[in-house]
Design a protein around this ligand. Structure first.
Ligand code: TYD
Length: 209
């Protein structure tokens, strides 16, 4: 990809299939930041903006829109999440906080490309900045299936065949950025939760505090 996007220092993103444990890791990492008194902000996409809430209704199947509309909504939500002057990612970074985010544009490339052209989804997201660190919690679609089957609330992507395609979409999205300066780590998501969080912590905080 020519003209790689800007990298946002201290911006850390967790990605993975549904059931791969991104939300659990975010919680564990938040705890470690609190214990070590490191200024931080934990956030997620879809965000809790009005656009993000609208997206959640669609994901739960309460509302229906065309796949391209959903891709556009995710991009609009991301734009607000990044650039909102009061509470956006960039405003938090500029206050010296580390920003940890559960999902980002790689989710759009992986999930929305199931029903939209990959290059179209990329065109909607290619101008957004990249995180300094991207962690992919690697759990196979089969492994995730076992974990999410226990969940009460289902969403429109909870289907093993769709999850296979999303996994392929993730691989394709990582290739797009392989020559960028973003630090990409594939973590074995089947490891013990605590072990994963310790691994991530040792990468984002290599020096003893
Ligand atoms: P959510 O209920 O927030 O929980 P979790 O991330 O823990 O699964 O689900 C978010 C869903 O939204 C998830 O299935 C991935 C999907 N998604 C997209 O399809 N595109 C995107 O750009 C993002 C950020 C998420």
């Amino acid at each position: 990809m020519k003209n790689q996007p800007e990298i946002l220092k201290n911006f850390i993103v967790l990605e993975g299939l549904d059931g791969s444990g991104t939300t659990t890791q975010l919680m564990l990492l938040e705890k470690m930041h609190i214990e070590n008194k490191i200024k931080h902000w934990c956030t997620f996409e879809p965000s809790d903006s009005t656009i993000g809430k609208h997206i959640r209704d669609i994901l739960r199947g309460r509302k229906e829109v065309e796949p391209v509309t959903l891709a556009l909504l995710f991009a609009a939500d991301r734009n607000e999440h990044l650039f909102n002057k009061k509470n956006g990612i960039i405003s938090h970074l500029s206050r010296g906080e580390k920003v940890l985010c559960d999902r980002y544009l790689f989710s759009s490339l992986a999930y929305q490309s199931v029903e939209c052209e990959f290059d179209y989804v990329l065109s909607l997201n290619k101008n957004f900045p990249l995180p300094e660190f991207l962690f992919f919690l690697d759990v196979s679609p089969e492994g995730c299936k076992k974990r999410i089957s226990a969940r009460a609330e289902k969403d429109i992507f909870d289907d093993p065949k769709i999850q296979e395609k999303i996994y392929e979409g993730y691989e394709r999205s990582f290739l797009v950025y392989k020559d960028s300066d973003m630090k990409f780590y594939r973590i074995d998501g089947t490891l013990d939760f605590q072990e994963i969080s310790r691994k991530i912590w040792s990468i984002i905080h290599p020096l003893p505090i």
